[in-house]
Design a binder for this molecule. Sequence first.
Ligand code: ZN
Length: 648
Amino acid sequence: MRFFLTTAIDYVNSRPHLGTAYEKVTADVIARYSRLCGVETYFMMGNDEHSQNVYRRAVERGLDPLAYCDQMEQEFRAVWKQLDCSFDDFIRTTEPRHKIAVQKLAQVSFDAGDIYEGVYEGWYCVSCEAFKQEKDLVGGKCPLHPTLTPEWIREKNFFFRLSKYRDALLQHFALNPAFLQPDVRRNEILRLLEAGLEDISMSRAGQSWGIPLPFAPDNVVYVWFDALINYIAAAGYGTDEGKLEKWWPAGLHVVGKDITRFHTVVWPAMLMSAGLPLPKQVFGHGWVNYGGQRMSKSLGTSVDPADVAGRFGADPLRLYLTKEISYGSDGDFTFERYEERYNVDLANNLGNLVSRLVAMAEKYRGLRVSPPGSGGRLAQVVDECAARYRSSMDVYALHEGAAAAFRVVDAANEFIAETAPWALARDPANAERLSGVLFDVTEAVRVAAVLLLPIMPSSCAEILRRIGEPTPVADLRIERDARWRAGGARELVKGPSLWPRSEEKTASGGGADRRPALKEPKVEENATQATGGAAAAAEDTRLTIDDFMKVELRVAKVLDAEAVPKSKKLVKLRIDVGNEQRTIVAGIAEAYPPDQLVGRTIVIVANLKPAKLMGIESNGMVLAASPEGGLPTLLAVDESIAPGTRVR
Ligand SMILES: [Zn+2]
């Protein structure tokens, strides 16, 4: 069996936020579960680079677009690595293999008569990079970008004959009821299909950043039409027919609920036009809100997943995203709730169970546990939970899978309370019974760790090591290893606390503290000699006072200001820093006209390495409060403070 799994590819005009991470993490859980089931799996992620927003962001930074995309690729890969995403392939839409696939599909579709020239006139949301019909707008605005005004565009475009495929799409939905999940998404799309489809623009005129149409090279392929093709490009379309044969059609596209229309209407129609089979399934996941608000960079409600993972490590975040949000529905994240779940599920429950087990095994049996007990009721509960886990995971009810795995943990804790090993240990007549109880708890922990392995890969590998599981993690198989097994002996291994309890109070004098908590791994009785286990305490990323003092903040006075040509945001300042004058380029032009800047007393970072912005060398950085999606406000000090004064 084979399984080709993809996520949406991301625009690189900003770093991934927690919502982006949610999609990658949950898809990674599916990929790892698939491998655990012994299915040959090809898991693909990537970046969507031919976006005008990406192009603009690069120009703002004075960078060649491709060089900018190269930088962003490193940023994205670093976050995905931190979150332990196990992708097999990472595609970028500027790669030759993608360009070949896009041009091939466009040509095949053109030759089939499905692409024709016309004039597009209508609304366009620059942030979505999507054409909008009047009925899509709310109060004249894109509902996803209520702070922006859509543009009215009239240009000569090539159109894709989407309307031609309406009946075939309806038939496909009828014959494949599971094509789009969850059902609520399916119903939305069916209503849309029943209302009829219009042809869509598939090219843009007058742009250089994109893939030229093979039959009209003055036009580039519209970024959405371009992006969807990444899935077959990665599978070898146009470059490796053997690979395509092996991996296409995809088993599952995991995408956000806002782009299911592109993936279940436009994309299948493009594939039909090109004579290619359709993906087997599309899953439209919900959104992670932040404190009840939609997470969005432009709305200023975005959370950096690297910050969250920096707090307790990647696995607790992966667990939260999988277990606390019904897959397919919207969910919510707050740091308070996250910390609470960490303490409940990990510090107090699973982590404590592992510590207690190893401590008792050491105290009563010198870490070697044998012979097995009867299993009894615990064995039965474990096997039932494992079955429920599998039936949930098989239909992408990831939250129910995670909950089933945690019922094994609960059952093991209850079993310890009922059997009271410490009481058994008092009477030598109970020696065999005590060994059996310890073995059975070990067995329950082993099954729980196998079930949770796709969700918390590195912690579960560590748990399996500590309870003496000899099979390498990559060789574990759900069918064989996620069921009760009695026999032999278990050699347990000591280690530091997996998830020390977080005691940090979040509110410290007003604003909540978003920094990683300073944690000392707590020594648990009998269980801990720090041996440097993989899942030890998260790193403290705060700065020392010495680190901070390396940043030289100084008061400066603006002597001169002029707009930077061809840039909306940048302004060139000549400033007085006390004993010298220098030039700084600052991104504040939208908030301050040049003449309003002259004479102002501002604060700068004085010891920054020079950087070139739009060809101008900038020496330092101006400090401003910069709300996401809003205009910057300069940090100011009283005019009486002399230029050059240190700020600290
Ligand atoms: Zn929009």
